[in-house]
Design a protein around this ligand. Sequence first.
Ligand SMILES: [Zn+2]
Length: 766
Amino acid sequence: MLQETDALRQQLEYRKRLMDKINEIHSADNLNTILINIKDSIADLFSAERITIYLADAKRNLLISKVMSGSEIKQIVVPISDMSLSGYCAIGGTIINIKDAYDLHELKMIGSNLKFDDSWDKKTGFTTKQVLCVPMKFQKTLIGVIQIINKKGDIPYDDTDISYAMELATSLSIAIHNIYRLSVTTKVIRNKSRYNFLLDKNLVDDRILEKAAIHPDVAKTGMDAVLMLEYGVSKEDMAKNLSFYFGAEFVGYDPTIQPIEDDLLKRVKPERLTKEWWVPYKIENGILHIIIDDPTDLARQDMLKFVYPEYKRISFIGAFKEDILSYINLFYYHGASGASSSSIDDILNKLDSGDDPEIESESQRVSEQDSVIVQLVNKIIIDAVNNKVSDIHIEPFPGKEDIQVRMRIDGRCKIYQKIPYKYKYAIPSRIKIMCNLDISERRKPQDGKIDFKKFGPLNVELRIATVPTAGQLEDVVMRVLASGEPIPYDKLGLTERNSRVLDACVKQPYGLVLVVGPTGSGKTTTLHSAISVINTVDKKIWTAEDPVEITQRGLRQVQVHPKIGFTFAAALRSFLRADPDVIMVGEMRDQETAEIGIECSLTGHLVFSTLHTNSAPETITRLLDMELDPFSFSDAILCILAQRLARRLCSCKEEYVPSQKELEDIIIEYGTESFEKTGIQRSEIRLCKSVGCPKCMDSGYKGRLGLHELLEGTDAIKSLVKRKSEIEFIRKQAIEDGMTTLKQDGILKCFQGLTDIKEVRKVCIK
Ligand SMILES: [Zn+2]
């Protein structure tokens, strides 16, 4: 009797601990928190020596260990098949309860192909005995497997253990499934904090917010409007709610309000206010009050300080957009002040003369309103795009020297235009406004992006960098991100061997392909060309880029936003849940991204990426220096292509027979021994020199040409990687495997008359 009570008490205790675990699982908000925090306590709960939680990959081909107690081994990957315990459990959704993993007879009773893989035991000195595997499923989808090993006291797992393990598996599956869905629900969660006031007053509930968030009108009118129009939230309540959320006063429309002084209204035109959603409202005790649709928008607050520099203090009041429009209408067109008439005059003047009479009278500090400045900046950008310029440099000088505008074409800067010095603040300010940068900050560098289709007739994006220069000035550099098509693969200028090797690599089902080189070496273009070869309808291809410069139909291209935490690594993780075949990640700039990239390539995906390294062999040592696992890395690597761009000779070039001296210098640079192996006859070598014609604007060069160095992931290379060999051994082996170095590739292209040795030397310095 006493024994029975004890047993019952133990049962209840066990049960209570299980429920605690389950609660912990449901309160966690990210996968790692769940798994890492509970792994040891789960092992404890089952009196187990170790536990492994496997998650299935997107295609349900593999199980990948996520956490294990006892962390001698970094990660286990098990195919989902009837050969292994966890694989068998996953394939049929069956619970496996083994008394002794080494008992062949016991295994054969379950499945004829079933084997216990003892290699981990051998590696770690651990002896596996009891094994309990339970599948994790959500609805009918396999999520993974929980594997519990060795019950303390060397006794088999019993029915209670099994039923509790199943409960745990169900809870974990739901929690993991929910986290996979998180990207969808983040929006709702974010919206929730915006509507805290309404939620507290029971004016809306979670269900309404979730429904409203997916209402088709949200994109057009915004969620606030949808809640008011479709879900019965009154305007007053919404105003209170937003006031609470913004921490600012929120006003409705009051037609009896007297407009503010004429002078402040005249300074800006109503057309601008209706675009930017603000209006000057009143002045009280020397404080200027401005009504704005989002009183927490710092970018616009800074801009407004610029428009009204004489007000040290500006207070921002929130209002609905429709009410802001009513105020603009009241103040400018129907108010008692003279603002209305001058505004109508403005419009008439504009119609008559086509220019803006205010330009001359405006001070430089407010000249960001000047339409001439606007037109000038637009013109610079349009010209740049039309001339296939890659970068625009705006360079103001101290004193009365004119602003210099230079543009980079085919890698070289050229002077485009001089602009009168009086605009040296106005032009940078205008550009900063176009990309929402802080125009009052001139002491620190800033970066941003212009979506030009909002301002002009071209669909082009520009990446902006401002750099403070001497004399409290600012240079602005704009990179034109032509939303171009990839270069056709056969136009990349790959040699026959390089083309053959790269072609074979990109057609592999999984593994890692890297393109490396400095900024501006055309890595992204080459990557896109390579991907275009396999961009067919039967493959799902995800790309994470910063920025998306080249677009290809068929690819799903994602722009990363490191500032808000959406990094390359985060994008990769989201791709893994999005059933990929091929993944391209813009850059492996950190260990985390590199690790996940390699993990992806080992779990059945073809992964493309780039790195800022100088040569193909150096890339290997760089990645090993990031402390990547050399075994995983060597398994993953298919090939590494280093690239440079040299200027291509224009068709006006002139062929000549090189002098003995010139030829010998070039051959020494090629490596005399390697040169002899090419079988090229010295007497047959011709070179070309640049001439210059109107087509190439007398430069002698037109367009650019890729120089390449392609390292193949051969068995010999893989074994050097595993041993973390020195770069010299890797280089030597790669050359033995058929690699030509960047410089050799360049020299061969000189022999073909595509470029000249000066260009090759320039881009191939070590
Ligand atoms: Zn020419």
